[in-house]
Design a protein around this ligand. Structure first.
Ligand code: GLA
Length: 729
């Protein structure tokens, strides 16, 4: 790991374990991007900045036409001064102009990495991380644009963020501020991204870049079910194990944009950051603003190589929870067992039956508070409904006596019109004065930009947590933001509300974790509607999807694994016919798919027949046997296509490569679908070691990696799965 600057060539280089990132200061002070990819040795690659001029490409006074910003690869391009592409930043001045320049002023290279105030950010001990800060000036205002890059001694991931310091003599308005830009001299890439909807989140898509603008975004006030705030640009020949792939991932849980532009010269610009549609920020003289952090990453070893980097980085440098390296308690959640219709004795009975099967935690879902017996009331009234639950402390104590932990559901950011909270504080709702409001699931959204709302929620939730031994909470968010307007802010600051909302959510997390550092929080948003790296800074796991159908889950979980580790994915076995797809599949198949995340159950355990009870006992034993490997091992997708095909397989390999667990599934069978021998090549093993496959022979790593194992006999029929446990001496 090394960041260096050559005074002679004016070139910066950032060297991680296996990659080099290079840029230089051009003659006009503009920052030119030179290279990002596999490690290179030479210190002077500034020749990459030399260009052939092109018509209709203006150039700054004092520079030549070859130095036009419009034909350059730039490090961080600003609006309106000679680069006609989609640009990364626009600062509006008092004179009305949003024209912004970015001219080199100074830089520092330091050990360590400072936190980002109020925002999630990667971290590492000071000795293990170096930070480059390049300060640029907007010559039209005097404001400073500070680009920050941090590299880590154990990773190829680079953390980037941008800070604006208003050194001008006036108030300026930030109209756009992307967290990271990556320019490429080619458009020979495929864009891979995660697309979805409620109950079908994060399916991986792969599409060739086309000339013009492409990308995706959220304007929902949260990252959303529809797209995920991350993107991969992959060389055309990239597969799971081979080929060059670049990733960008945003640590942010609000409205974001991924903007990719392939231009007329077949160059590409990719950017990630806050979505400007719902953002502007008034920056007083002397004030600062920090963009969310973006991670950029490169792998020469295909998609699985990139995923392994992202997983390790998020685990080591983003997720803070003390739970991240701990086997999570196997939980049973009452939602699909009872929905709103329960009493304390039903919950106790669930816990009792569950405890006999080896389940370790009972999670009481929606409906325990206020007068909530349906989805039309009581959000915001975070006090126990004694009629349903009795004394919560007593219920929890009884459940603890069974040897089980207790967890509780909250939806902190919401308010029902029928609630005590709404009677006292109608002004706490996000809404435009005098206008109609939109409802979602009958509820409205609290104005989390208001400090007193965060205070109220903190006291209400902490009060409940102090009153009983609650060791887990599920933090839900069941609708998106509309009429984003705060009655607490003046007109010129209304563009800040969406971002301030996210900051409010983060602050509430921070305050709760401060008082309850060991609390296990599972993020959730109508399933996986807010599954992002920003959230993972506060919570170690997120409910992947309300869809627990194991066939559907294969593509949801394999898509999610593009960036996110197995240990972050909430995955449970639920009842059949499945409540979302009405499909029935075997208990074993449901268990094998749920094993690939944090494990649990989402069904009425008091009503199971003997056979299913026995299955649970076996699955619980399997979870205890394999979870260390699943949580800590290196994950590989074995089949191509991120789970979209009929057969999918994946594996985890331990750090010492002595152990691996392979899961193979077939969703649907059809006659003669595959060749008579269907082999899976197992990546990531040690070629020289000999592995024993539980119930099936012994082979060298070289054989397993190159020739593979024959799974044809194990994958017959619909919705079938097989596990292969490999162990070497
Ligand atoms: C969301 C969650 C579910 C459940 C319900 C409760 O939809 O994803 O798991 O908690 O809310 O209302």
């Amino acid at each position: 790991m090394q960041i260096s600057f050559s005074r002679k060539t004016k070139m910066f280089r950032l060297d991680t374990q296996n990659s080099t990132y290079a840029m230089m200061i051009g003659h006009g002070g503009e920052l030119r991007h030179l290279y990002y990819g596999a490690s290179i040795a030479d210190d002077d690659i500034t020749a990459f900045a030399h260009r052939r001029d092109r018509a209709f490409s203006p150039y700054p006074e004092g520079l030549t036409s070859e130095e036009s910003l419009n034909i350059a690869c730039l490090e961080y391009s600003t609006f309106g001064n000679g680069d006609f592409h989609n640009t990364a930043a626009a600062l509006r001045k008092q004179n009305g102009t949003a024209v912004t320049s970015a001219v080199y002023k100074t830089h520092t290279i330091t050990k360590g990495k400072a936190p980002l105030p109020g925002l999630p950010a990667s971290f590492a001990p000071e000795k293990q991380v170096q930070t480059l800060e390049i300060t640029l000036t907007d010559t039209f205002s005097g404001a400073l644009i500070v680009l920050r890059y941090s590299i880590f001694d154990d990773s190829d991931v680079i953390a980037r963020s941008v800070k604006i310091v208003n050194k001008s003599k006036e108030t300026i308005r930030i109209e756009k501020l992307m967290s990271a830009q990556l320019d490429f001299d080619s458009m020979q890439y495929d864009m891979v991204y995660l697309q979805g909807k409620w109950a079908r989140e994060r399916h991986a898509m792969r599409t060739p870049l086309q000339p013009g603008m492409q990308g995706f975004r959220s304007a929902r006030g949260s990252s959303g079910h529809q797209y995920n705030p991350g993107v991969v640009l992959a060389s055309k020949n990239a597969t799971e194990q081979q080929g060059e792939v670049y990733g960008m991932l945003l640590l942010y849980s609000g409205s974001y944009a991924v903007e990719v532009e392939a231009d007329e010269y077949e160059s590409t610009r990719a950017m990630i950051g806050i979505n400007r549609e719902t953002f502007s920020w008034t920056l007083e003289k002397g004030a600062e603003f920090n963009s969310p952090e973006a991670l950029i990453m490169f792998s020469a070893n295909g998609f699985s190589g990139l995923s392994a980097q992202s997983h390790a980085f998020l685990t080591d440098h983003v997720i803070r929870s003390p739970w991240k390296h701990v086997k999570r308690p196997i939980l049973v959640n009452n939602w699909e067992a009872t929905y709103f219709d329960f009493t304390d004795s039903k919950i106790y009975d669930l816990a009792k039956s569950a405890s006999k099967l080896g389940i370790e935690m009972l999670v009481l879902d929606d409906g325990w508070f206020g007068e909530r017996n349906g989805d039309n009331s009581s959000l915001g009234d975070w006090f126990v409904n004694k009629k349903k639950v009795g004394d919560l402390g007593r219920l929890v104590a009884r459940i603890n006596k069974l040897g089980m932990k207790f967890g509780l559901w909250f939806e902190p950011e919401m308010i029902s019109e029928i609630s005590e909270l709404y009677k006292t504080h109608p002004e706490w709702v996000l809404s435009v004065p005098g206008g109609k409001r939109s409802l979602g699931r009958n509820q409205m959204v609290l104005d989390m930009s208001r400090g007193e709302v965060v205070d109220y929620l903190f006291e209400a939730i902490a009060g409940i947590l102090r009153s009983a031994n609650i060791e887990y909470i599920k933090w839900d968010m069941n609708r998106n933001l509309t009429e984003i307007h705060s009655s607490a802010l003046p007109p010129e600051q209304q563009g800040e509300v969406a971002h301030r909302y996210v900051l409010g959510v983060y602050e509430l997390h921070e305050r709760l974790l401060n008082e309850f550092p060991n609390l296990l929080i599972e993020g959730c948003s109508g399933g996986g509607g807010r599954f992002d790296a920003g959230m993972l800074y506060y919570v170690p796991q997120i409910w992947c999807s309300d869809d627990t159908d194991a066939i559907e889950r294969v593509s949801i979980q394999l898509g999610t694994s593009l960036f996110y580790p197995s240990a972050t994915m909430g995955a449970h076995v639920s009842v059949c016919p499945n409540h979302q797809t009405h499909r029935s599949v075997s208990f074993q198949f449901r268990g094998d798919v749920a094993l690939a995340g944090t494990f649990g159950y989402e069904l009425d355990v008091t009503r199971l027949d003997k056979e299913d009870q026995q299955m649970i006992r076996e699955q619980v034993a399997r979870y205890h046997k394999y979870n260390d490997l699943i949580r800590e091992g290196t994950f590989h997708r074995i089949t191509e296509g991120f789970g979209h095909g009929d057969i999918a397989a994946w594996c985890w390999v331990s750090a010492d490569r002595k152990e691996a667990l392979v899961t193979a599934v077939r969703k649907f069978d059809s006659p003669c679908a595959q060749s008579p021998v269907f082999r899976l090549r197992i990546p990531g093993l040690d070629a020289a070691r000999k592995y024993t496959i539980e119930n099936g022979g012994a082979f060298h790593g070289s054989t397993l990696m190159n020739a593979g194992i024959n799974v044809s006999n194990d994958l017959r029929g619909n919705a079938v799965s097989a596990l292969y446990h490999l162990k070497a001496k």
